[in-house]
Design a protein around this ligand. Structure first.
Ligand code: SF4
Ligand code: SF4
Length: 68
């Protein structure tokens, strides 16, 4: 079973809304807002880290689902 994780916005102001993280996410978690990415379905996150690894601007961080 896939490891469960939770995606967090650690540097929301650095997001340039390029949409790369949405393309690499295998499930529906993220959506583009007006000026930054939004976490719309956090419960869908499987913790794959694709978004964190692909974001050129270090906006996202994936943590264990039980972590604060
Ligand atoms: S960790 Fe994976 S499943 Fe979770 S938001 Fe990022 S790309 Fe999507
Ligand atoms: S990849 Fe990073 S900069 Fe691009 S939309 Fe996602 S969070 Fe924003």
């Amino acid at each position: 079973m896939a490891k469960k994780g939770r995606v967090k916005l650690v540097k929301p102001d650095w997001c340039k809304t390029c949409g790369i993280c949405i393309e690499v996410c295998p499930v529906e978690v993220l959506e583009l807002g007006q000026d930054r990415i939004k976490i719309v379905y956090p419960e869908n996150c499987v913790g794959c880290e694709n978004c964190e690894l692909s974001c050129p601007d270090f906006v996202l961080k994936v943590v264990d689902e039980n972590e604060e």
